[in-house]
Design a protein around this ligand. Structure first.
Ligand SMILES: Cc1cc2nc3c(=O)[nH]c(=O)nc-3n(C[C@H](O)[C@H](O)[C@H](O)COP(=O)(O)OP(=O)(O)OC[C@H]3O[C@@H](n4cnc5c(N)ncnc54)[C@H](O)[C@@H]3O)c2cc1C
Length: 488
């Protein structure tokens, strides 16, 4: 692959030393970047295919045993995958899918698809299962494997390495943004792959909602965790939200962002970003058209580009980004020094999951995760800080925060999940004074939520939303990400 001459070269990383070879196709394995357009993973595969006169075979598979597998996450991923199939057909690309279930069990499918391929192109994701899956396949297959960053506007490798603070990152990142903003979908110059396959694919693209839901119902996942009505998993919904962002959210964003009661303060794009149904380039294109002062655009871009991409950048430098060890030493030490202090607000995991604790504001926050599969940013800050005092010690606090965030939130299991949780546990400037339970780590009260006009009424209504019940263990799993690394 003539990598060095590609404009996108910093997005692409070879994962093994296997040579490119002859084969019937370039395999493009989509793990999380579930979009057919503006997708650097697909574009890299198509460019490589065009260079070698080969078609691309796009593959998406969904196992039933990933950590926290549920109806909510499965329906979202399969909805996204369905639109990938339809979009690929529009682009003249063959796309095959597989949904793992008892009635149709395929073993080692990625290896079997990769075995004859000239090369395998997959996504470079630094958290959750995609990274270890990619590394494992790269180590075990004889096929050349390339990982492509699709999540960021500026690929982390294009930045100087070793940047240590958000402000230093922001300064460097801002200088590179214009160079990475434009893209053109790569046109395949070869007819779609129509040759033999080692299995009978599922055809999600031709399924209606009823068939797709029936398919999810046949999978052994947590069906008690209902899908979120707030986040339909379709590209049509993404496009509606981009229009809403341009016309309603951006004009109000700077003033409304910290007020959870004002819908125009949130784009609600994070689930779609997490599952790669939209990328930052397309979002930046949408906001370029907004009739708003530059400051409004800049405020939004700072969240989407500085903060989100900082956490992606940072996750790449950590061996296990999900681990509590990422919290600075001083913060872990001060929390540990206070670990044996009495917790007047100690809660069971069941009460936490269901938002049935003694803290009404916290319950209002948690009900958003439980029922909507998403929480407003301002509430997440209070929610995470307070959790430290509701759990017996900081390690359990971290495991609980990851468990609640990752099991319930559509945008969980993301570099932004662990980066923001680390902020709550002390990855920021110390607070003022040495306090009970928190030590030097800054705390947060619910005053800013409660003292808004009609704040108490809003909290009471949000906390009392009726809910369903989930099965909850006594304790959160300590390291679900490592212990559930099953063979692929
Ligand atoms: C304790 C805690 C846990 C969090 N967990 C997650 C998580 O699991 N997944 C997740 O994507 N975000 C997480 N965030 C960041 C932020 O709260 C959400 O991204 C945001 O609320 C999503 O809503 P939105 O799309 O309407 O955001 P908007 O305000 O519309 O922002 C647009 C986009 O910018 C990005 N963004 C905004 N704020 C942040 C931030 N603080 N850090 C990183 N990116 C940001 C998101 O991609 C978001 O979709 C967390 C924040 C906190 C304080």
């Amino acid at each position: 692959m003539s990598l060095a001459t590609w404009k996108d070269a910093p997005r692409v990383r070879p994962l093994n030393e296997a040579p490119l070879r002859d084969g019937p196709y370039i395999l493009c394995w989509l793990q999380q970047a579930l979009r057919a357009f503006d997708n650097p993973v697909i574009d890299a595969a198509v460019r490589l295919g065009n260079e070698r006169g080969l078609p691309v075979l796009i593959y998406h598979g969904l196992r039933e045993d990933y950590p926290f597998a549920s109806d909510r996450l499965h329906r979202f991923a399969l909805g996204a995958s369905r639109d990938v199939a339809r979009g690929c057909a529009e682009r003249g690309l063959a796309c095959v899918q597989y949904v793992d279930r008892a009635a149709k069990r395929e073993k080692g499918l990625v290896y079997r698809l990769a075995a004859p391929a000239a090369a395998l192109v997959l996504e470079d994701q630094p958290a959750f299962v995609a990274q270890w899956q990619a590394e494992r396949v790269a180590a075990r297959t004889g096929t050349a494997v390339f990982a492509v960053n699709a999540a960021c506007l500026v690929p982390p490798a294009a930045l100087e390495q070793g940047v240590g603070t958000t402000s230093a990152f922001r300064r460097r990142h801002e200088k590179l943004r214009d160079a990475w903003r434009d893209w053109t979908d790569e046109e395949p110059s070869v007819a779609p792959y129509a040759g033999p396959l080692p299995y009978e694919p599922d055809h999600l693209g031709s399924m209606d909602d009823a068939a797709s839901n029936a398919l999810v119902a046949s999978c052994a996942v947590d069906h008690a965790l209902a899908p979120s009505a707030m986040f339909p998993p379709t590209r049509a919904e993404v496009l509606l939200r981009l229009t809403r962002l341009r016309d309603e959210v951006l004009p109000a964003y700077a003033g409304a962002r910290n007020d959870a009661r004002r819908p125009e303060g949130a784009s609600t794009l994070s689930p779609y970003l997490h599952f790669g149904m939209v990328g930052p380039r397309e979002i930046m294109g949408a906001i370029a058209e907004a009739d708003v002062p530059d400051e409004s655009r800049a405020k939004f871009a700072d969240e989407l580009l500085s903060w989100r991409e900082w956490f992606h950048y940072k996750a790449r430098s950590l061996p296990v980004p999900e681990n509590y060890a990422r919290v600075p030493k001083w913060a872990r030490a001060t929390l540990q020094a206070h670990a044996s202090e009495p917790r007047p607000h100690l809660e069971t995991l069941d009460a936490l999951v269901h938002g049935e604790t003694a803290d009404e504001t916290w319950n209002a926050c948690q009900k958003q995760y439980l029922l909507d599969g998403w929480m407003h940013n301002n509430l997440r800050m209070y929610w995470a800080k307070k959790l430290i005092a509701m759990t017996p010690d900081p390690d359990t606090g971290w495991a609980t925060a990851c468990y609640l965030n990752d099991r319930l939130s559509l945008d969980g299991r993301d570099p932004s999940t662990y980066g923001n949780l680390a902020w709550a546990f002390g990855d920021a400037a110390p607070g003022y004074g040495d306090r009970p339970i928190y030590g030097l780590v800054s705390t947060r009260t619910d005053r800013s939520i409660r003292e808004r006009p009609n704040g108490p009424e809003w909290i009471a209504a949000a906390a009392s939303r009726p809910t369903f019940r989930l099965t909850v263990p006594d304790k959160p799993p300590v390291d679900p990400y490592l212990t559930t690394k099953l063979p692929i």
